[in-house]
Design a protein around this ligand. Structure first.
Ligand SMILES: [Fe+2]
Length: 265
């Protein structure tokens, strides 16, 4: 039976480089406003601004709060803007986030957007993720479909998802914005129910726009109306509100315990 079509709109974005002068997102307020207008025109109603916290870009929570306030005043109630960050999983960042999690989490709740290094030893980051989970935080893995290690070893992602982490796929990956491999892997993740949330990871109005509508239509066609709404609207809204997710993907079953798992107890 064909999927019913749903009026596009109501998107909630949990990964967006919207605030200016902080990272490789917009350079000034005008560019921030242009991005926000593009997002509103596409149907976005709420967004968490997530500037990078990595070796290249220092994360300053006070500055982020001030920029959010200034932007919100310009936008009024047309787009609700909240704050968080995209936390690169460096040793220093992990320690800082464990000490003062609310400085880093999405809308100061329990969900923490984490970015994996481009290359990493498969088991090396488990400890950090387990520490976050033990502290009551829920790591949201940013764009696993674009990471070369996850592309080659999807079972590594499965291990983290079984721990309790969430996977967040970039909307434009479905349409090939990050290459054929990321496009294929994002579809594979969708088909095997390993996606909790879709986000734009928008950086600019034109080059990396904050769009959802095309991804929403794609997910409707490849999966269902219900899953498209869950990934683009209802799950991200729950993250903003610090609630449990209303939709949980099935995730692959755990394989027989390997030697590594047995050694770790
Ligand atoms: Fe990002």
């Amino acid at each position: 039976m064909p999927n019913q079509t749903h009026d596009a709109g109501g998107w909630v974005d949990t990964h967006l480089h919207l605030l200016s002068g902080l990272d490789d997102g917009p350079a000034n307020m005008d560019q921030s406003l242009a991005m926000a207008e593009a997002a509103i025109a596409d149907g976005m109603v709420r967004a968490i601004a997530t500037p990078h916290a990595n070796y290249q870009y220092n994360f300053d929570p006070e500055k982020v709060r001030a920029l959010r306030l200034a932007l919100q005043q310009r936008l009024g109630d047309r787009l609700e803007v909240q704050t968080g960050c995209e936390l690169h999983l460096s040793y220093e960042n992990v320690q800082r986030a464990l000490e003062q999690p609310k400085l880093y989490t999405l809308n100061q709740g329990r969900y923490l957007l984490v970015e994996f290094p481009e290359f990493f030893e498969r088991h090396a980051l488990s400890t950090a993720l387990e520490q976050f989970l033990d502290a009551g935080l829920v790591p949201v893995i940013a764009h696993p479909e674009r990471n070369p290690v996850f592309q080659q070893h999807p079972e590594a992602l499965d291990d983290y998802l079984r721990l309790g982490c969430l996977s967040q796929v970039t909307a434009s990956s479905f349409r090939g914005r990050f290459g054929k491999r990321a496009e294929q892997f994002s579809l594979e993740l969708l088909n095997t129910e390993r996606i909790h949330v879709v986000a734009s990871d928008g950086h600019s109005a034109a080059q990396r726009p904050p769009f959802f509508a095309k991804a929403f239509a794609y997910i409707q066609a490849k999966a269902s109306d219900e899953i498209a709404l869950a990934l683009c609207r209802d799950n991200p809204r729950a993250i903003c509100d610090n609630r449990e997710l209303p939709y949980l993907p099935s995730l692959p079953a755990a394989k027989r315990k390997g030697l590594w798992a047995l050694l770790r107890g």
